[in-house]
Design a protein around this ligand. Structure first.
Ligand SMILES: O=C(O)CCC(=O)C(=O)O
Length: 272
């Protein structure tokens, strides 16, 4: 259980580090299955397994052999990752932060930034990039499979930005990438501060973020890998409201306006 102070911190900042949730053995099991899936050797494939930077501009890290390996729905390719998505402590905390009795997996996501060649992940908000879901009440549990520090490209987030609405089309990385820029600051509250904080997460530890929190992660030019698994969770009331395209659309079997449920969006937490 999270304390009231932790819940309040999440409500105010839009993110919260909660410390260690996995022991070394659990991390090793996940790393071993990640290797199998990345090599295309798992019994079933994930939904995506790609370099996110392929075909992107130099500014976005697409040139010079840089990579961010993104795997979507590794839980469908690996029982170990499915069990991770159902982790009782993580899901109980997530349900507490989004005040729900029911949590479903929206999708999960590995982002692996390899040593020296790890590219950046652009500044963004999650929910605007998921244009088939409403309302914007989702939460992500990001668990480090290596120590993620400033040196190897940990995420950065802007405190309070989850309260500023959908700003996705105005967002971009600043010249140093560490802080974001907004193309029309008149659309933001007068007291909005675009000052990002690094979210360092040690191996086996977890940080939550709200689906409107501005975040991004720079290059990994260190000699260490940066592997992490984010599970994006839907509270029980999230509806299917398509206004754009998304890779998970092909798995939706409910009519527009219904709660997004079904085999590919399993319930992983139900309060008794
Ligand atoms: O792992 C990263 O650096 C970015 C992940 C991300 O954008 C997310 O979990 O929403």
């Amino acid at each position: 259980m999270l304390t009231d102070a932790q819940v309040q911190e999440f409500d105010e900042k839009g993110f919260l580090g909660v410390g260690r949730v996995l022991d070394d053995e659990a991390v090793e099991r996940l790393r071993a299955d990640l290797d199998l899936v990345m090599a295309g050797k798992s019994p079933k494939p994930p939904v995506l397994n790609r370099n996110m930077l392929a075909g992107k501009s130099e500014y976005e890290g697409g040139k010079g052999g840089e990579a961010v390996i993104q795997i979507v729905n590794i839980w469908q390719a690996s029982e170990v990752f499915y069990q991770h998505a159902c982790h009782p402590t993580i899901t109980a905390m997530a349900s507490q932060l989004c005040r729900t009795d029911t949590l479903r997996i929206w999708h999960d996501q590995i982002q692996y930034k390899p040593p020296e060649q790890g590219g950046p992940t652009g500044w963004h908000q999650d929910q605007p990039l998921w244009p088939i879901l409403q309302p914007p009440d989702l939460i992500s549990a990001w668990v480090a499979l290596d120590d993620a520090t400033v040196e190897n490209g940990c995420m950065w987030m802007v405190p309070g930005s989850h309260t500023w609405g959908n700003q996705q089309k105005w967002l971009r990385g600043g010249p140093d990438f560490i802080n974001p820029e907004h193309k029309d600051v008149t659309l933001l509250p007068a007291d909005a501060r675009l000052k990002a904080e690094p979210i360092e997460v040690m191996k086996g530890a977890c940080a939550f973020h709200h689906c409107l929190t501005w975040h991004g992660s720079p290059h990994n030019r260190s000699k260490r890998p940066r592997r992490a698994i984010a599970v994006h969770y839907m509270p029980g009331h999230i509806r299917y409201e398509p206004t754009g395209r998304h890779v998970m659309d092909q798995f939706v079997n409910v009519p527009k306006g219904d709660v997004l449920s079904g085999d590919t969006f399993p319930v992983v937490y139900q309060k008794k």
